[in-house]
Design a protein around this ligand. Structure first.
Ligand code: UD1
Length: 418
């Protein structure tokens, strides 16, 4: 198992290009089996979640070839509709396979999905929507077994705008008989990306990015070569890193519109932000003011995937901040680690009360989940002295070459084998 050793207190400067969005690439990989034709997804990030999804596709019998940063999937020989429990449990996004396997084979079997341990993460919304499309669902030994004779378009309403459920419904409805309307859909930019991808394959999907998505079932889908949108969460993580450390940094590739609320919060912290086309530039003195309140919400609200990083920033800023986590029940597991660095944070249910301290100090830290782990790296970059961040398996799930990119900005960070 690897760890990072980080010497804090270096200013960051330079320019980095955001990777393709993890949360786009994973559903697009799942969508690749909707057609027997070849699908190429361009510039896929080298992250563990992508490797895991590739493993799942191979298990189904698809050919998966990585070349020059792109991945090509040929599922013409895929015949299996079952995913082994070990792979499903490793990756929450394996749940998207339900929608695409049902479209392809009218059958799908997976275990209850895993992913970061940040809350209950039920999939009831996915399952009840699939039932509306005519799917019969049974359960045995912790596995979900789905089957149908035909998928039929239906009117579906989500009680909560779940990102995964919205995507799963799109995947199950693209070739369903007739028309599906989805009310209360999630509006994340990655959902718009999935719509664009499906339409490039010949699907008829419209409305993504609003809370009403309409899908007219088609009979066939063709192969496609597609470049996904860039990762707003990765970009946001680097912007917060620069805010904490001080310096001038540019992140290229992400539409400012997709992280508008983060940019607003960084301005509140005292940073200067300039945006032009797909470039976001941040200038920070490193002496920051706390945000009064940050509350996570579905898009376009403040992303839950940037909550931990924002809390790390506020821990070393002047004043106090209230952080409210509305999406996941147990997303403050990184807080005891920040406390080891001298952070003053009290957690009560969904709320974290942060009292900023003048400077965090280096410590030995354990990364327990993906975004919490990133937050610890950021806190260590801004802290006085040396820190180690242990167990990089979670961080590796979502950040390609985190240490390389931070190093290119001037950070002192090393990855070593333990
Ligand atoms: C996706 C993202 C994840 C992000 C999250 C919220 C991917 C691969 N992952 O996860 O990075 O943190 O959106 O923006 O895109 N819920 C239910 N029942 C369901 C489904 C969800 O109660 O059937 C609840 C969840 O427990 C959670 C909330 O809805 O409290 C949001 O979950 P959801 O939007 O589905 O997140 P994911 O798709 O898992």
């Amino acid at each position: 198992m690897d760890k990072f050793i980080i010497d804090g207190g270096r200013r960051l400067s330079g320019s980095i290009r955001a990777q393709s969005a993890k949360n786009s690439v994973l559903p697009l990989l799942a969508a690749s089996v909707l057609t027997e034709k070849q699908v190429t997804i361009r510039e896929v990030p080298e992250i563990a979640d992508v490797s895991c999804m590739a493993q799942i596709l191979r298990e189904l019998g698809a050919g998966v070839r990585f070349r020059g940063g792109d991945v090509t999937i040929d599922s013409s020989n895929a015949s299996c509709h079952e995913i082994s429990s070990s792979l499903t449990k490793e990756l929450r996004s394996s749940v998207f396979m339900l929608g695409s396997l049902l479209t392809r084979f009218r059958r799908a079997e997976i275990a209850y999905p895993g992913g970061c341990d940040i809350g209950l993460r039920p999939i009831d919304l996915h399952l009840s929507a699939l039932r509306r499309l005519g799917v019969e669902i049974g359960e045995s030994d912790g596995r979900i077994c789905c089957k149908c004779d035909v998928l039929r378009g239906a009117e579906i309403a989500l009680d909560f705008p779940s990102v995964g459920a919205t995507e799963n419904i799109m995947l199950a409805a693209v070739k369903a008989e007739g028309r599906t309307t989805l009310q209360g859909a999630a509006k994340e930019p990655e959902i718009v990306d999935l719509q664009n991808f499906l339409n490039a394959m010949g699907a008829k999907v419209r409305g993504a990015g609003t809370d009403l998505i309409e899908i007219e079932g088609v009979t066939a889908l063709r192969g496609v070569t597609y470049l996904p949108i860039k990762d707003r969460i990765e970009a946001g993580t680097y912007l917060i890193a620069c805010a904490i450390c001080g310096g001038e940094t540019e992140v290229v590739g992400v539409e400012a519109e997709n992280i508008r609320l983060l940019l607003h919060k960084l301005r509140e912290n005292g940073c200067k932000i300039h945006t032009k086309n797909d470039k976001i530039r941040i200038e920070s003195s490193g002496r920051l003011k706390c945000n009064r309140r940050i509350e996570t919400m579905p898009f376009p609200g403040f992303p839950t995937d940037l909550q931990a990083q924002a809390t790390a920033l506020n821990s070393g800023a002047e004043g106090g901040a209230l952080i409210v986590e509305n999406l996941f029940e147990t997303r403050y597991k990184y807080v005891p680690e920040l406390r080891k660095m001298g952070a003053d944070i009290e957690v009560k249910g969904r709320n974290a009360f942060v009292r900023g301290v003048p400077r965090l100090h280096g410590a030995s830290l354990v990364a327990g989940d993906l975004r919490g782990g990133a937050a610890l790296v950021l806190a260590a970059l801004g802290a006085e002295g040396t820190s180690e961040v242990l167990d990089l398996s979670h961080v590796d799930r979502g950040y390609a070459d985190l240490q390389g990119k931070l190093k290119s900005l001037g950070a002192r960070i090393r990855r070593v084998r333990v």
